[in-house]
Write a protein that binds this ligand. Sequence first.
Ligand code: HSE
Length: 332
Amino acid sequence: MENTIDDLKKPAHLAPPSGGRGGESIHVFAPATVANVVCGFDVLGFAVDEPGDEVIMRVTGKPGITISKITGDDGRLPLDPAKNTVSVSVQHYLQSVGRSDIGLDIELHKKMPIGSGLGSSSASTVAGLFAIKTLLGDDSDPIKLLPFAMKGEEMACGHGHADNVAPALFGGFVLIRSYEPLDVVRLPHPKNLWCAIVFPDVDVPTREARQIIRKNIQMKDAVTQWGNIAGLVSGLFMQDIDLIGRSMKDVLVEPVRSMLIPDFYKMREMAMELGAVSFGISGSGPSVFAFTRDEATARSITQKLQQHLTGLKIGSNSYVSTINDAGPKVLG
Ligand code: HSE
């Protein structure tokens, strides 16, 4: 027997044992994200309009979660619900709301490359969590989903950072002020800030990109870094794009991770010459991004950087958007 949406909205002990129309489903999109935003390792991130992942979730009659289909992953992601970050996060959520009795089937449609530095696992996990929250009619604050989404990150790369999942969930620009206790702050941003993203098609798994960074840092580097983070946050509040640009410098992580990205410094030089406000690594890479003041500059940067990568015999994808304030959305 299938559950109905009305059944789902009831606490488990009240749900009728059988009956109902069944077949309810939801189709959700969640956006890619740029984590770190150059100087804010693990504490800053923002969402973009594209790319993003999609989840179709259907209510079934049999308790438990199945994954019937994953597309766009070249067979890299597990269909086993015990091993997939989407199903595991959804399962944790269901347990927390006392609804492990529900049966769900998940289809995951990856619309962005895996291991790209664009929060690929986060987009999938957030789409799944937003889908079940909406199906259940759970109108509590989306912040309640964040710990479940962070569990998905921990599973995907060995560390439960929130700088991809939080902006994927809330949209916009997000600061993780503290992890223990979790304290997340939504930041304003200038409306005319455009983001040009280029993904060079080389694989940089986040787990490995985290292992190579230094564990100890010099006080003088810490001073530089926190000055820049404060400058970036101030620039966002003040809508001061010059201040945003000159604050986006990273003396801690970028010097190490840039080695994993083909011609990183050449691409930065090209982007800045073409009028970028700032340029850096998106998340753990290999994607790079530039902020610009307009769409035309963003498009000329993606075009020139992709041409450059083609010259190096490296395939690439690019995306141009403003900052996505909406976060996840129901497509049907
Ligand atoms: N803050 C994380 C990192 C983001 O840089 O490892 C991963 O996308």
